[in-house]
Design a protein. Sequence first.
Length: 395
Amino acid sequence: MLTRFEVRDYKCIEHIDIPLTPIHVIVGQNDSGKTSLLEAIFALHRSVSRSLADSLVGAWDGEELVRAGANSHSVELGGTFVNSANAEALAYAYRLGIGFPRSGRNCVRRYESYRRSDDWDLEIQVPVVSPEMVSALSAVANTPIDLGELEWLRSIADLIGSAHLYRLDPKAMATPTSVDTGRVFRLDEDGFGLPTLLDDILGSDPLLFIKLSEHFCTYFPQFTRVKVQTEKAVERNYQSTGFFTANHVNGRAIYLDMPEGPIRAQQASDGAVLFLGLLALMYSPRAPKVLLIEEPEKGVYPKRLGEIIDLLRRLSSESSRGPVPQIIMTTHSPYLLSAFSPDEVTLLRRKDGTGPVEAFPLRDAPHIHERLGDNEFYLGELWYNLSEEELLGRA
């Protein structure tokens, strides 16, 4: 699990160093850096399994990702990771410096370093390997680096693992989907591919799929079963620009059984489809280490938001199912925020209103627990009714 994340000079962020929890939410006004923070976390995780240029999302060229006014031509990412399945396991700190050219997408690893909790003062500078750290481990073994350091590389790569970044659109999630071998046990960024993700789970572990279906129907009792059937579906063909064209081929579609008969997922509510998608991501046998989700509240009834967070929290604590993803999300909804404690929330804001982004863990806000009282107020109520200065005790 990522317990702490640090980023420097990425887009609008000058320097942020924040603690993170198994389920964490980022709040702030528009243009306060929430999306940039998720993208930076995403890049750190992807950097251990692919080239740097592919790790950094979106269209960019040259130094466009480096904060305007920065003193260098680089971005720094870093995180502290622990094995959440073992409380006594070592914690590893990993730092990565990314250098950018004047133009083009040929960014380079300027440095990589590792430390571990049994000797935080000892920082190991790892020889830069290219293009990918994990696939190059065998090459590193042939360089003048002792086996202890090589084991650290393997350990940190396993701990960091993979991440998925989603901006979920229930309409895309409900769309019948073509089978795509490049999208196994995962979704496209907007959630397209949910029928094939469910089909992957069904093919891998039918009993797990039945449990997922039963879990979904517990929250939506008007349905009796989730099914995946073969029918005409949409096939996306992505271009290098990130756009895609669509064709119709045979694929998979989601149906939801009711006492009166089955309905297609496209006829269900956005909230039900989103709920089913989050369940599928959590139940996936190949779930990533981290799920990064932007504004999951879209199209969901406010009171249902609390149920979604309670569900994710409960799934995260079920050790019997094996490792589950850490979840980091952004929101503009006070209803969603009310499902969290101050320890699980970070507020982003612009310094002096227009400057670089600053981060404030709400657990450090003065008198935050006294303000909440004995469950008299929700955190979302305080956030909605108080200014940021008042909430942070700076009025």
